[in-house]
Design a protein around this ligand. Structure first.
Ligand code: GUN
Length: 296
């Protein structure tokens, strides 16, 4: 069997166009322009490219984008002061602090200093709690994008066996909560899991979010399963730099029913969901109902 390739780019283009439509309506009917502030500490080139893409796509969607680039040696007090300023700025509806932060900064304290209503990453402990208890949370962008793609591809997920490989706060744990919310039977596997192969083989939905290049081979996949590869790993192959996922694509595509490629899979959904969360936050801040089609 050869798997269907899930076109994440197409899903993300559709979502960004819905976002842009809502932004136009907010401007025309209410005179409001959603604003997203992104804070980047340090000068690592990889997140810098990612932050630049976020800024470009925010502007393309018709929103205001504010970038705060701070030097690596920024103190915790200075970062808190900036977050406080953004929390009280009425033209800012979403705040994102790019992770990871330099080691001398406490990421948990920094994230929890963000106004929960502006926490468009959904990383604040209050949003984590709301998601875990099935309440109206701001949902982390990468798992939100994955769930939208899964629903779009599979429809109702009720009763399916889902295995999430990876237990990060950014992807694995919220992904598991979302799948549970959609009535899947969920297993979270990680680096200490015994017999990972046989656990993966029972998955109707396999989410790979480990950050290890091509770690999951095709023979760990149940025939016909839907494979969502969240990994984005840069490797050197045949003397060239290449992006690969956490799943060995060529062997997996022989067994799976459907698979997201890397690149071109769920990756572009993360920024699209960030834009969607910013519009949702903007509507809530202005006493307007959350727009259709931007969240779950
Ligand atoms: N670093 C990697 N992914 C993310 C993300 O989704 N949000 C933030 N803030 N930092 C990240």
């Amino acid at each position: 069997m050869t798997a269907q390739i899930i076109d994440g780019k197409a899903f993300s283009t559709q979502l960004r166009s819905r976002v842009a439509g809502h932004v136009t309506r907010l401007k025309e009917e209410h005179g409001i322009t959603p604003g997203l502030a992104v804070v980047l500490v340090g000068d690592d080139p990889a997140p810098e490219v990612y932050v630049r893409n976020k800024g470009r796509q925010t502007i393309e969607a018709g929103m205001n984008s504010l970038e705060h680039k701070l030097p690596t040696e920024t103190s915790q007090a200075d970062l808190f002061a900036l977050i406080e300023q953004l929390n009280s700025d009425p033209v800012i509806h979403g705040i994102l602090v790019q992770l990871p932060l330099p080691k001398h900064l406490n990421a948990d304290l920094v994230i929890n200093a963000i106004d929960t209503a502006k926490d468009v990453d959904g990383f604040h402990v209050s949003n984590v709690g709301l998601l875990g208890t099935g309440q109206n949370a701001m949902i982390p962008c990468t798992p939100l994008g994955c769930l939208m793609v899964m629903r779009g591809h599979l429809g109702d997920l009720s009763g399916l066996e889902a295995v999430v490989v990876g237990r990060s706060n950014i992807v694995g744990k919220p992904m598991a909560q979302l799948l549970l919310g959609d009535n899947c039977t969920v297993t979270i596997a990680h680096s200490h899991t015994r017999d990972l192969a046989s656990i993966c083989r029972r998955a109707d939905i396999l989410v790979a979010a480990i950050g290890r290049p091509e770690m999951i081979p095709g023979d760990w996949i149940k025939p016909g399963a839907t494979v969502i590869d969240v990994g984005i790993n840069r490797i050197a192959r045949h003397g060239k730099q290449q992006l690969v996922g956490d799943v060995d694509f060529s062997s997996a595509a022989e067994i799976a029913g459907a698979i997201t490629p890397v690149p071109g899979g769920v990756g572009p959904m993360t920024i699209a969901c960030l834009l969607a969360n910013t519009v949702t936050a903007c509507c809530r801040a202005n006493g307007l109902p959350a727009p259709e089609g931007l969240t779950l």
